[in-house]
Design a protein around this ligand. Structure first.
Ligand code: PRP
Ligand code: XAN
Length: 191
């Protein structure tokens, strides 16, 4: 997606530890117009696939999921990382290692929000080692839902998550794939 690639080139910063900082527009301060166009692009790619729910993980996926759901006209449900007294009934759980926080989380999602009749589109801001996605897929598997697709804003193509998901046969669309980045340059995969 040209618009997203241009924005990454203009405002992204490469930080130690292979971290691409895009907090000016994607995952801290939010450019809602850009997010809306991202949602529209996911709808172009997955709109005919019978999606009944958008699934993501807190925190950074939520805004993207909401803007995407506006185009699909379906609900958003997100996996929670924090333990909460506000979650009742039975829950699906899985363990996720957070890339940026460098620690493991138990994620939870109330069972009542996913049913085997659902076909979900999973969205997130980043795909790196694929740990967050594996946790979400584990929850989907426990719930017996069909995974209709995976929509990612920025995939770091030099880390293994994307290749593993494609090899597993998922319909994965990454709107920008960074194949290389360092202090002086950043290149995208031609798609
Ligand atoms: O493919 P992975 O290696 O799992 O990396 C991608 C995940 O890492 C980030 O989440 P993070 O744990 O940093 O939390 P945040 O959503 O609160 O920013 C990002 O939002 C993805 O969910
Ligand atoms: O803002 C972010 N930048 C990254 O490089 C990254 N990798 C996983 N999750 C990430 N979030």
């Amino acid at each position: 997606m040209k618009l997203l690639e241009e924005r990454i080139l203009r405002e992204g910063q490469v930080r130690p530890g292979n971290v691409l900082k895009v907090d000016c527009f994607l995952n801290h301060q939010l450019d809602v117009e850009l997010l809306d166009q991202i949602g529209q692009e996911f709808y172009r790619i997955f709109g005919q696939d019978g999606i009944t729910k958008i699934l993501t993980i807190e925190a950074s996926g939520i805004a993207i999921a909401c803007m995407t759901a506006r185009h699909f006209g379906v609900p958003v449900v997100f996996a929670k990382k924090a333990k909460s007294k506000n979650i009742d009934g039975e829950v699906y759980t899985s363990v996720v290692h957070s890339y940026t926080y460098g620690k493991d989380y138990n994620i939870t999602l109330a069972k009542k929000f996913l049913s085997p009749r659902d076909k979900v589109l999973i969205v997130d801001d980043f795909l790196a080692n694929g740990k967050a996605m594996r946790g979400l897929l584990d929850v989907c598997n426990q719930a017996g839902v069909t995974v209709g697709g995976i929509g990612i804003c920025i995939e770091k193509g030099f880390q293994p998550g994307g290749a593993e998901l494609r090899a597993a046969g998922y319909k994965l669309a990454s709107l920008a794939i960074v194949d290389h980045m360092d202090d002086t340059s950043l290149t995208f995969r031609q798609q």
